[in-house]
Design a protein around this ligand. Sequence first.
Ligand code: XIL
Length: 537
Amino acid sequence: MLAAVLLPATSADASASLRTHAASRGKFIGAALATGPLANETSYRNIAAGEFNQVTAENAMKWDATEPSQGQFNFSGADAIVNFATQNNMQVHGHTLVWHSQTPSWVQNLGAGAMRTAMQNHISQVVGHYANNPAVVSWDVVNEVFDDSGNLRTSFWYNTLGQSYIADAFRAARAADPDARLCINDYNTEGINAKSTAIYNLVASLRQQGVPVDCVGFQSHLAIQYGFPNDFQQNLQRFAALGVQVRITELDVRMVMPRDATKDATQATYYRNVVNACLAVTACAGVTIWGFTDKYSWVPDTFSGQGAALIYNESYQQKPSYTAVHDALAGGSTTDPTPPTTPGTPSASGVTSNSATLTWTASTDSGGSGLAGYDVYREQGTTDQLLGQSTTSSIALTGLSPSTQYQVYVRARDGAGNVSANSALGTFTTTTGPGGGGCTATGTVQTQWATGYVVQPVTVTNTGTAGISGWTVTFTLPAGHTLTGSWNASLTVSGQTVTAKNLSYNGTLAPNASTTFGFQVSRPSGNTQTPSGYTCA
Ligand code: XIL
């Protein structure tokens, strides 16, 4: 025990494999593997085992593979992957138990009672099959349960069972393997947006009810033509604050073909940013890439005209994106103790009543891990507020208050997590808004049943000509109705009057901008009323 304290800290050799560097940072680096090439190609096996210490089955653990007909379980493909992982000292993430896709029609055609039983049995058998296998440490229990607007996806699961299938799935998985880490997984949730907020609210509420959700997966199927979600790290951090593990589950970065050096360089930056975001968040367990060679990638089959999304080309040669992942993982060893140079003074342009653009002279980083990005802070007394993060030497600030002086400074970060000194202060004052504040709220009943209903969305719109930094919506519940849940706003009830206030992430609305929240109510059976008349202030 004491001997360990006396050993020098291991610092990974600069040319070492991805998995060596990842392990020295306390993270995993993984790949999704397919059974065909795993059985047939030596290069595929060698790279998979040599570079990665974590595996997700790309398809072999999905329902259509493991239980193609009811009660007939087939673990041949799944076992091949798990055995390979065991032989090569890799951990396995089980993917996936309950999903609307790649699930046989026999499941989809069941009635509610039979479907719930089939779901619980499937989870119990599949998770149970690996419960005593130390390689299999975690599961995607539910996958892609939200649509892009942040509403629960109206899949056959939801349409037949209602939202309770989600909690039931987690409970069944916990019962089948009390030691496995249980995750909810989705895509387009990397930045802070309606969909990631919906998952955030669901996870918070499930955990409050004692439903065993341990982890949130961010698929991260990115594309260079859509831009990098600069608030990725902040988003991971807000989930971490809920007490869950976070993980990057299916990273790839596609491009419109053909490939060229410029696109490769942009792609490499995206890979580096994702790895750095995970490294910066203690609760992030690691990063799984959705494959590793462009020879086998789902991208060209799924996104017409796009491809080259992975870190090895079709001939198993490393691409610039491999180097980016490697160097980001290597960055935190003692090889880069040098912080970036101090950024220039931020200078403001395009200042309006609620927005401004800041630009500064870029920092350089000589330590080897490379410049990772900038943090922009507002100086205001004891705690400075992080206004935003940028990977370039400029940032567009929105949601500012009118007629307000802002004193701002910038700090640079490198890939090893070293932070520069603060820049000198830049100062600007937002213009006076033309006035005419105001907001409106309208509610839509999304679904109702005899004893309750869901109002989603309540759309809050800033109808004024200046930005607002907070809103309060009030409405009245009909007699006998009681609020049972809400999301994207903080709701308090006094008598039958409900007051909904914005949360920290959706209070700021530029003129004409909207945000939404929702709530659920139970009512006496036979009563068909729903609230009307939402007022906003
Ligand atoms: C994809 C596989 O890569 C393909 O081979 C298959 O044909 C379809 O599914 N989100 C997920 C993954 O959770 O399971 C999907 O994998 C990609 C999107």
